[in-house]
Write a protein that binds this ligand. Structure first.
Ligand SMILES: Nc1ncnc2c1ncn2[C@@H]1O[C@H](COP(=O)(O)OP(=O)(O)O)[C@@H](O)[C@H]1O
Ligand SMILES: [Mg+2]
Length: 368
């Protein structure tokens, strides 16, 4: 049975004052004018995954203004016979608190319960912008396969911040570095191994898949040379790099510097040189491949959040996308300005219309 949200409530979350939605496992097509609150709605769903959500916003930014009281999002996550009550809340913009079945839980725990993948318009420029966005995209896909990826990232980042502080303070005494570099090496080797394994799975999922979207050949760029596989070797490399890192005032070597290269496989053209439409198609293709791989591995496709995904697709591509999503069986939350964008979905989807009335978003169930 497909994992999906069967209920979603938002309270004082951005433009939404109070909404409660009952849903089934079908894709959710959301339409309404610009600024109505569609992206805000799927942003709330993106909080079901560890991290800052699809806008990378702080809990403070999500507080509904002008009241600025705090916000709450809840969801009932169904998967066959099992169900989990998830709740997220921020009191007056304080850091988000997570609870699972009524008990407080660390955010990273979410990665074990639910997978969420998204595409948003800001990612249209992913292939041509800075490595950070591609790295984040890669890590989100990696996290979907390996829930421990979030834990390793946290450990790595924390140790690296401390090491960077030593570097900036020009601390030269080696034993201050050793423990931090050991932590970075242990977690960093796991990050790299996870990323490589995720890319293998994506490649497999694209191989011979029946899809209208072009396959992307992905490779991991890890700096001047591939990063060492073994933690001990990474530790030695970090120790070796101290001098250069001190001159730079930060750590120059390690998985935090990795980048993702993509090639439009059938044409042999680098993703950054593809047309805008092709670049988008490659991202859609990867999200679908990721979802297929997860469905095969875990028995259920992930939740998909596809913001304005129909906008850049011609009618036949759009129909193909809908067919592939329905074949996957994913609860895909898709937004668009008008209902006509979703016509091809027909009874295969459920529909929500979002409008703005008197400064708040109103969400209504619709039939097409
Ligand atoms: N914290 C907030 N409190 C109240 N309104 C907000 C907040 N953050 C964003 N908004 C409003 O939400 C609206 C944008 O919603 P969005 O979901 O992006 O629209 P769209 O339907 O175009 O996707 C804007 O009118 C914006 O002013
Ligand atoms: Mg939007």
């Amino acid at each position: 049975m497909v994992q999906h949200l069967s209920r979603l409530t938002l309270s004082h979350f951005r433009s939404h004052t109070r909404i409660a939605l009952d849903l089934d496992a079908r894709p959710v097509a959301i339409f309404g004018p610009n600024g109505a609150g569609k992206t805000n709605l799927i942003e709330a769903v993106s909080l079901f995954s560890p991290g800052r959500g699809l806008r990378r916003a702080s809990a403070q930014d999500m507080v509904r203004r002008p009241e600025s009281l705090g916000w709450k999002v809840t969801g009932l996550l169904r998967d066959g016979d099992s169900a989990h009550d998830l709740a997220f809340l921020s009191d007056h913009g304080a850091a988000r608190q997570v609870s699972v079945d009524g008990k407080p839980a660390p955010q990273v725990h979410l990665a074990r319960l639910v997978r969420v993948l998204w595409l948003i318009p800001a990612m249209d420029r992913l292939w041509i912008e800075a490595p950070e966005g591609r790295r984040r995209f890669l890590d989100r896909m990696t996290l979907s396969f390996f829930p421990d990826h979030a834990d390793h990232s946290l450990t790595y980042e924390k140790a690296m911040r401390e090491r960077n502080r030593l570097l900036r303070d020009e601390v030269r005494d080696g034993h201050w570095y050793a423990a931090l570099e050991n932590q970075m090496a242990q977690s960093g080797a796991l990050l790299t191994a996870n990323r490589r394994a995720a890319l293998d799975r994506l490649a497999q999922a694209q191989d011979g898949a029946e899809t209208q979207f072009p396959a992307a050949t992905l490779s991991l760029l890890e700096g001047e040379a591939p990063l060492p596989e073994a933690a001990a070797d990474l530790r030695a490399a970090l120790a070796d790099h101290r001098g250069r890192d001190m001159m730079a005032g930060r750590t120059l070597l390690g998985p935090h510097r990795a980048d993702l290269a993509g090639v439009f496989a059938a044409k042999g053209v680098a993703a950054q040189d593809c047309s805008t439409g092709e670049q988008k198609a490659l991202l859609i293709s990867l999200i679908l491949a990721n979802a297929r791989a997860l469905a095969a591995e875990t028995g259920t496709p992930p939740l998909l959040l596809l913001d304005e995904v129909a906008a850049h697709l011609d009618a036949s591509r759009r129909a193909a996308l809908y067919d592939e999503i329905c074949a996957l069986g994913a609860q895909a939350w898709m937004t668009g300005t008008g209902p006509e964008l979703f016509m091809d979905l027909g009874a295969r989807a459920q529909y929500l219309e979002v409008t703005e009335r008197e400064g708040q978003s109103v969400v209504e169930n619709r039939r097409l």
